[in-house]
Write a protein that binds this ligand. Structure first.
Ligand code: NCD
Ligand code: ZN
Ligand code: ZN
Length: 344
């Protein structure tokens, strides 16, 4: 059965341009997006030269013009660019402020509690603050959002205890949303043995109990959106010791979640909410008129069998047989993919 769906939205990708175009660039990253049925995505600021000034933002906006789909940006902070934050928040290309509270790819970690307070104070209330915050850092971020009246989006939630923290914060009336990655839903620590560096990312893969809590949280709406955290690195970088943190996700996201639907872990309605309606609402993403995708819901495919669109050329799901093949992508009336072939 061929089904027409809205163009999917991914609010968390790393397209690596400028600074690391051996991993990905706006063009190859957008091809990976089209392959996965995504027509709007939001790029993260942890580049080699981070997106922490208006000058860097302008540079990125210009570079992104070669993409096949629409791209927005999250602005970054190193704690020393406070005067740039209101200027960035006022820009239509900026959808949120990203803060790194744990060590991960990039040099943007902020641990100083006073610096974090100052950032939450300097960002104008309105567009969300996104945090990479694991465990204790998440609890602190929730308290800080409450204190400064900020909307908080919790990126790539991973642990069962974190799902519970978000559930309680929501019950307490905080304006908080959370995203979950397909790899945390579909894999556990066991994959580290099989996939080696290709299953290494931050936050790391969890336990069976974490995985069950993530599906339950996604099903009951505690977790609002699916976000890929598409974080490409070269095969060489994934095979070295220690491997680079981060995995690709744009090409496989729909199929991983649809597999969950087929297995009764969530409804098709929730899937579309998490991959289109809620990302659009939470980040105030503009309407894309005359935009849709077509998916062959009965077909299946083997990850990696015909290579990848992402320059990273790998997936933590390599070899898996997944349901749902995106066959057509139309953006504002223009065909970007037909019969599974990207038109560029
Ligand atoms: C991301 C990257 O490579 O940019 N890596 C990752 O393991 N998720 C950074 C991040 O999202 O933490
Ligand atoms: Zn992160
Ligand atoms: Zn990320």
């Amino acid at each position: 059965m061929q089904k027409q769906l809205p163009g999917l939205i991914d609010v968390h990708v790393h397209l690596r341009e400028p600074g690391a175009t051996h991993k990905e660039d706006f063009y190859t990253g957008s091809r990976a997006a089209v392959k996965g049925g995504v027509t709007f995505m939001l790029d993260m600021p942890n580049n080699a030269t981070p997106t922490i000034s208006i000058e860097r933002l302008d540079e990125k906006v210009a570079l992104s013009k070669k993409a096949l789909i629409d791209i927005g940006f999250h602005f970054g902070t190193n704690g020393k660019n406070l005067e740039e934050l209101p200027k960035a928040a006022a820009r239509s290309e900026v959808y949120g402020l990203k803060i790194y509270c744990n060590h991960t790819t990039g040099e943007m970690l902020i641990e100083d509690q006073n610096a974090l307070d100052a950032i939450f104070q300097a960002w104008p209330v309105g567009k969300p603050i996104l945090v990479h915050a694991e465990g204790e850092q998440l609890k602190q971020s929730i308290a800080r959002a409450m204190k400064f009246g900020q909307r908080l989006h919790v990126c790539h939630i991973t642990q069962a205890t974190e799902v519970e923290d978000v559930r309680q914060a929501k019950a307490g009336g905080l304006s908080i949303t959370a995203g979950v990655c397909p790899h945390h839903l579909a894999l556990t620590g066991e994959a580290r043995e099989r996939m080696k560096g290709y299953a290494v990312m931050k936050p790391p893969l969890g336990t069976d109990a974490d995985q069950a809590a993530l599906w339950a949280g996604l099903a009951d709406g505690t977790i609002d959106v699916v976000e890929t955290d598409h974080a490409p690195h070269s095969r060489e970088e994934k095979e070295k010791d220690p491997p680079a943190f981060g995995v690709t996700g744009l090409e496989t996201s729909f199929s991983i979640i649809y597999k969950g639907v087929q297995e009764g872990k969530l409804t098709e309605e929730r899937m579309l909410e998490a991959m289109y309606t809620l990302p659009k609402k939470i980040f105030n993403i503009p309407e894309q008129p005359d935009t849709y995708i077509e998916v062959d819901m009965d077909a299946s495919w083997t990850v990696g069998e015909h290579g990848y669109e992402t320059k990273a050329n790998s997936s933590p799901f390599e070899g898996l047989v997944l349901p749902g093949v995106v066959t057509k992508v139309v953006l504002r009336g223009k065909e970007l993919m037909n019969n599974g072939t990207i038109i560029s």
